[in-house]
Design a protein around this ligand. Structure first.
Ligand code: KG4
Ligand code: ZN
Length: 332
């Protein structure tokens, strides 16, 4: 069943066409405008989605070679995310599906990050343990079957990506800070500064990144502008290592507790090289298969929403006309 998938939960306007695990097209239009504000401005994101949604969908349909007539269903992110941004995608999905009496498949954004692992090449099947780390969420998802996932642990405060972006900002890097922080950290010594390893004594599987973020603020204040400038690479390296360290140690703890045949990653932070290397090392040590999604499928995209849709329930026309998006909470 070929489907059109739409994702507009944050600042990327995305559309994709899928046929099972095969991605026929995937278009991502990132709204660079938020860089000047140092973060995503919800109202601006919604307005840009309004402008971009039609050309992005048209491009995805054209590139797939199927066109609108070749589509059997429309999948769309229903939440969680910025409500105004989500409503643009959901309204577009309904407007495309309803006149053709096509079914609509509302999906959960987090299910999308997990389901990115279902896509070609090398799709995997449950059961698997997935570490999801993005700008909005950080959690360990126990995927036991196709119906969804169990949250084994999650962040008690900030998401890993949020901490990365805030730390990067302290070092004068643009938004989103992840890729720039990773580049800067390559030239630094991760041991030059001591960052707190949060939750190391906590036996559970939850995460916490707010203390680390505060430690970075105080350290930068102590060093002063010149000191920060001189030690930027060391600061980036130590900060990144502390975040990766916590993610990997909690993943290891989850593997101590329960046997999983496969480990997978999801979310924008999963694009991080040192994290991918550290998780590869952990899996090699324990002789567990590791599925590494391509970097293009880690950050927000619509192909992962299409993948999640194959696991979600479709709503027939006209029952979805009153279906609403959700900013937080409800998960498929
Ligand atoms: O999944 P995503 O695209 O959007 C959300 O659902 O939030 O994740 C975005 C987050 C941002 O915080 C960004 O800085 C981070 O992923 N990120 C990275 C890298 N690429 C993106 N963090 C570390 N290293 C990267 N290479
Ligand atoms: Zn995301």
């Amino acid at each position: 069943m070929p489907l059109l998938a739409i994702e507009t939960s944050c600042d990327d306007t995305c559309a994709a066409v899928l046929e099972g695990p095969e991605i026929l097209s995937s278009v991502i239009s990132s709204q660079g405008i938020h860089e000047r504000y140092g973060g995503v401005v919800p109202e601006i994101a919604s307005r840009h989605h309004l402008e971009l949604i039609r050309p992005v969908i048209e491009q995805a349909l054209d590139q797939s070679g199927l066109g609108l007539d070749g589509i059997d269903a429309v999948a769309v992110t229903a939440g969680p995310g910025l409500i105004g941004a989500l409503l643009v995608g959901l309204s577009a999905a309904k407007a495309i599906a309803a006149p053709r009496r096509l079914p609509l498949i509302p999906t959960d954004h987090l299910n999308g990050h997990v389901a990115a692992n279902d896509l070609a090449p090398d799709p995997i099947e449950p059961p698997f343990l997935c570490l999801v780390a993005s700008g909005g969420h950080t959690l360990l998802a126990g995927v036991r079957d196709e119906s969804g996932f169990e949250i084994l642990g999650e962040t008690l405060d900030d998401a890993a990506g949020e901490a990365i972006d805030k730390g990067a900002r302290q070092l004068g890097l643009g938004f989103p800070g992840g890729p720039a922080l990773e580049r800067l950290a390559r030239d630094g010594d991760p041991a030059a500064f001591e960052f707190p390893v949060a939750m190391s004594r906590d036996p559970g599987l939850d995460f916490s990144f707010s203390g680390l973020k505060t430690a970075m603020v105080y350290l930068c204040r102590e060093l002063g502008r010149e000191g920060v400038e001189r030690h930027r690479a060391d600061l980036a390296s130590g900060y990144q290592a502390a975040i990766v360290g916590q993610l990997v140690s909690k993943l290891g703890r989850a593997l101590d507790r329960e046997t999983w045949p496969v480990v997978a990653l999801g979310g924008g932070v999963a694009a991080n090289g040192p994290l991918r290397e550290a998780v590869s090392g952990l899996c090699a040590e324990r002789d567990i298969r590791l599925k590494l999604v391509p970097i293009s499928l880690c950050t927000d995209n619509a192909a992962m929403i299409g993948a999640a849709a194959y696991r979600s329930e479709a709503i027939a026309w006209p029952d979805y006309l009153g279906f609403d998006a959700f900013a937080t909470g409800a998960r498929a």
